[in-house]
Design a binder for this molecule. Structure first.
Ligand SMILES: Nc1ncnc2c1ncn2[C@@H]1O[C@H](COP(=O)(O)OP(=O)(O)OP(=O)(O)O)[C@@H](O)[C@H]1O
Ligand SMILES: [Mg+2]
Length: 201
């Protein structure tokens, strides 16, 4: 128990530091990274081949997927955004088009004003682009601490290689770590795309 709470404290501090780093990027840098990210998306065969893809709307200094989403629309892909169910703590994915009406969820984050019954679950998508606070070169991922992605992707734990959904983190290069503390429930990603390059794990 003691060890466990120490590990949690270490993760909390690491998240805080990493969030501070990305929030310190200037608007100009953020914009540049978002454009560069969209360019690097083309390097991903998973992106080029997928037709149903989840993105996210950036918060808190996360790398913006705005241009990446526009690129996906240009390529006639169906774009989805995560939606937090009002009941449980799992993610649903709602179709997102330039005409989608948005609303604020219980965390004050904008999400499509869609009904759950019209949404998809993680396993129905071919590719999920995930935000993160930190990643390492083994594919470990640290999120914001809510466990929403981990819970929604729990089914991936029992098999090493899944055909779908492929999981790719989107991040600033300054979020890369040499190593990080990992928990049993953390679901690793298949790759990460930054403003600099595409990492495959
Ligand atoms: N499969 C799961 N079932 C139940 N609880 C879970 C599961 N996965 C994670 N959790 C809970 O969620 C909490 C947060 O997990 P964690 O610290 O890994 O968040 P995170 O990876 O930063 O967030 P996210 O997954 O949203 O990106 C943990 O305390 C853990 O107990
Ligand atoms: Mg986790």
């Amino acid at each position: 128990m003691k060890h466990n709470s120490q590990a949690q404290e270490q993760r909390r501090q690491l998240r805080q530091q990493l969030r501070e780093n990305r929030r310190q990027l200037s608007d100009k840098r953020q914009h540049l990274h978002a454009r560069q990210l969209a360019k690097n998306l083309r390097l991903s065969r998973h992106f080029m081949q997928a037709s149903d893809i989840a993105f996210y709307l950036a918060e808190d200094g996360e790398i913006s997927a705005e241009y990446a989403i526009k690129l996906a629309w240009t390529h006639k892909k169906r774009v989805y955004l995560p939606l937090i169910s009002p009941y449980g703590n799992e993610l649903f994915f709602a179709l997102y088009t330039p005409a989608t009406r948005m609303k604020l969820n219980r965390f004050g984050i904008a999400e499509p004003a869609a009904q759950i019954k019209h949404c998809k679950r993680a396993h129905q998508l071919q590719l999920i682009f995930m935000p993160l606070t930190g990643f390492d070169l083994r594919g470990n991922r640290l999120g914001m601490g809510g466990g929403f992605y981990d819970r929604s992707l729990h089914f991936r734990r029992h098999q090493k290689s899944w055909r779908k959904p492929k999981l790719l983190g989107l991040a600033h290069e300054c979020q890369k770590l040499d190593q990080m503390p990992v928990e049993d429930w953390d679901i690793p990603v298949d790759g990460v795309i930054t403003e600099k390059k595409l990492y495959r794990f």
